[in-house]
Design a protein around this ligand. Structure first.
Ligand SMILES: Nc1ncnc2c1ncn2[C@@H]1O[C@H](COP(=O)(O)OP(=O)(O)OP(=O)(O)O)[C@@H](O)[C@H]1O
Ligand SMILES: [Mg+2]
Length: 282
């Protein structure tokens, strides 16, 4: 599925007092996400990432401009938003906060049950989703509240996966996990893309984005200030360098790129230094 934002504007305070012009949270945003892409969306706190996320499946409506799914405007009255939300999942930050069922199995089965699928199919999806998030089947009977934070996050993500969406927009999927938990989620995201899911990953963790996302969108104060290959950023230098642009957007330069710069500036070749592969312990 393709999602296209066309000159989207959005302000929370549309009804501000006369003379008190609210500053729009999103200004003239245009981009397109194609099937199978893995795109990072970065920007400082308050830049509008979560606001933008909610426009992917019509939870918030643009003030101006349009959001199109496969070429169709999703904000016209007769558009079937329920069908879109089955195909396109948005995952809010800390999804584990919304776990509610008595067992992991029931938790994961909830979404497919809402879709009125046959029980054999639901059972199959639960098993598959557990496998996809790397949890052993024996977790099925556990009470979600007895799990570690990383396990809880994976159960919440399994619940989303069990609905088998084509596209997922995830808000800070590794936030507040320890190194091991973050690594597990990072692997998951990489594996999902390998099986054909389209992913938009919202994060200010540039290490995560540099590692995972071939394409990067950067939001600065509600405007899209970069949309292009992530790798091109590391090669851009000079007074208006990508580094300045990211700094202004409140984003850190990835650690590996910083190391590379330090070594280069001291005349040390970084070419022969091995890059840690995902899954290797530093
Ligand atoms: N429901 C709301 N009502 C009014 N203003 C809001 C609302 N939600 C967000 N905002 C404001 O909109 C701006 C963008 O917020 P948003 O949550 O989209 O930022 P963000 O980039 O996701 O930040 P973070 O990285 O901290 O999650 C902020 O100034 C925020 O205060
Ligand atoms: Mg946010």
């Amino acid at each position: 599925m393709t999602i296209r934002f066309e000159n989207v504007w959005f302000a929370y305070e549309s009804f501000a007092a006369p003379g008190n012009q609210p500053k729009p949270q999103l200004q003239d945003i245009s981009f397109e996400i194609h099937a199978g892409e893995l795109v990072g969306l970065a920007g400082r706190s308050g830049s509008g990432k979560t606001t933008l996320m909610q426009m992917f499946n019509g939870l918030l409506l643009p003030e101006r401009g349009r959001v199109l799914a496969d070429g169709e405007d999703i904000n016209v009255p007769d558009y079937d938003l329920t069908a879109l939300r089955r195909r396109l999942g948005v995952v809010f930050q800390f999804p584990e906060m919304h776990l509610f069922a008595a067992t992991v199995e029931e938790e994961i089965a909830f979404g497919p049950q809402q879709q009125h699928l046959p029980s054999a199919e639901i059972a199959q999806r639960v098993t598959l989703a557990l496998h996809q998030v790397g949890l052993h089947e024996s977790f099925g009977g556990r009470n979600p509240f007895t799990l570690s934070q990383g396990e809880k996050r994976r159960v919440a993500l399994a619940g989303v996966l069990a609905m088998q969406p084509e596209m997922l927009v995830l808000d800070e999927p590794t936030a507040s996990l320890d190194a091991r938990g973050a690594l597990e989620v990072r692997r998951l995201l990489r594996d999902w893309q390998a099986v054909g899911k389209t992913l938009v990953i919202i994060s200010h963790d540039m290490d995560l984005i540099a590692y995972l996302c071939p394409r990067l969108l950067v939001l600065g104060e509600g405007r899209l200030i970069y949309d292009g290959p992530t790798a091109s950023l590391w090669e851009m230098a000079g007074p208006n360098s990508a580094q300045d642009m990211l700094r202004q957007a409140g984003l850190a330069w990835p650690r590996y790129q910083r190391l590379r710069q330090i070594l280069s500036s001291r005349g040390i070749s970084w070419q022969g230094i091995p890059i840690l592969k995902d899954g290797q312990d530093p």
